[in-house]
Ligand binder design. Structure first.
Ligand code: GDP
Length: 366
């Protein structure tokens, strides 16, 4: 029978089966004198912060340990995938801690985006989800935009208390924390990491001063995120790396747009108008007649209509249709994790997205 081992860094039970779960260690490292999980090993040797994935209930268990503590919660979301990265139950999960919302990856939005309006939009949106936030910031952890301002604000809001950084996987939490550590004078030279003793999941603590810490929590897995459905190659295509270029289509009713073969939008009823598309610049968009769309999809998905590539196709969920009537207000039709289409007029559309990742509409973000 296997002897039970625990990571000397974070206390997680060592396992060799699932690299994405807490305590993962390659079998070859088990004979080392000091047993560390891969996360702690990398942290120790490369100063690299790595997320352990967990679902909302694991997260709830973990965070219940901070509920009695005092501190500021920083919720990071991906501005390109607001619907997929907002943690809906956050207020319930973190209790009465004040929350700062950080929209990361702002470098992906067109330069012309009005940041003030976008912040206001975020405020309203999270409020609609029942999440009360003290303040909203827009940053690019990759480029560094907005980081200084945020660092100053965190110092003020945290009131000498700890800061807990929470977010879904892939929102850029590690990039953000590494950037903060790098940029913040005072933090840079005193960076130490330690762990809550006795917890079974790694919190990473980064000293802010003698008495308080920034605490990196494991990333919450949102099953709706596209990363669960597409191949690594396709993920590279659909996740934008650069500023998104708006692609504008003048459509008549009876026309269809395909986003690769991953999603589809039918313009069912309404006057001719512009459909402004916000997707990764590398994702091809095809325009066709609605009457031909089903046949085109059946014949060409995975080939002309790609991504999906062959591998993605093996487990990509079937496309489910959602009908929306839009009444004159500027509205986004959102395909979570893929992008969105903005329309202004009175139109009826049908949006197809993979089962489990529902298309939704929202007041326009831009
Ligand atoms: P985590 O899972 O939340 O820790 O996310 P990571 O820090 O690993 O980042 C996930 C992906 O988003 C990586 O490909 C990052 O390069 C990318 N990313 C992170 N921050 C930004 C940002 O500010 N802008 C852009 N364009 N990409 C970012």
């Amino acid at each position: 029978e296997d002897e039970e081992l625990y990571c000397q860094g974070c206390g997680a039970k060592i396992q060799t089966e699932d690299p994405d779960k807490a305590g993962y260690t390659p079998k070859s490292s088990l004979n080392n004198e000091e047993v560390l999980c891969r996360r702690c090993f990398r942290l120790k040797h490369y100063n690299e912060i790595q997320d352990v994935d967990m679902d909302e209930s694991d997260f709830l268990d973990m965070v219940s340990s901070i509920q009695e503590k005092d501190g500021l919660v920083v919720h990071i979301i991906d501005i390109f995938d607001v619907n997929g990265s907002l943690i809906h139950g956050l207020t319930r999960i973190v209790g009465n801690h004040p929350i700062i919302l950080v929209g990361n990856k702002v470098d992906l939005l067109p330069k012309s985006t009005n940041k003030q309006k976008l912040k206001q939009w975020l405020r309203t949106t999270v409020n609609d989800y029942g999440i009360k936030v003290k303040d909203v910031f827009l940053v690019s952890s990759v480029k560094g935009d907005g980081i200084d301002e945020l660092a100053d604000a965190l110092d003020m809001y945290r009131n000498n208390k700890d800061v807990y950084v929470v977010g879904a996987t892939n929102v850029g939490k590690s990039t953000f924390i590494n950037r903060l550590i790098k940029d913040s004078t005072g933090i840079k030279d005193v960076i130490t990491t330690s762990y809550f003793p006795g917890t079974t999941l790694g919190f990473i603590k980064i000293a802010l001063d003698e008495n308080s810490y920034m605490v990196d929590t494991p990333g919450i897995v949102n099953k709706q995120q596209m990363a669960h459905y597409v191949s690594a190659k396709d993920l590279k295509i659909i996740h934008p790396k650069k500023e998104i270029k708006q692609r504008v289509y003048q459509l008549h009713s009876g026309q269809t747009l395909f986003f690769g073969g991953l999603a589809r939008l039918d313009f069912v009823k309404g006057e001719k108008q512009s459909f402004i598309c916000y997707f990764s610049n590398e994702l091809p968009i095809h325009r066709t007649k609605l009457a031909n769309a089903d046949a085109l999809y059946a014949k060409h998905v995975g080939e002309m209509l790609t991504p999906p590539d062959k591998q993605t196709l093996k487990n990509y969920p079937k496309l489910i249709k959602h009908a929306f009537r839009i009444n004159g207000e500027k509205t986004d039709i959102v395909f979570p994790g893929l992008g969105w289409v903005s329309v202004l007029g009175n139109v009826t559309v049908e949006a197809y997205s993979p089962e489990g990742s529902n298309a939704v509409i929202r007041k326009s973000l831009i």
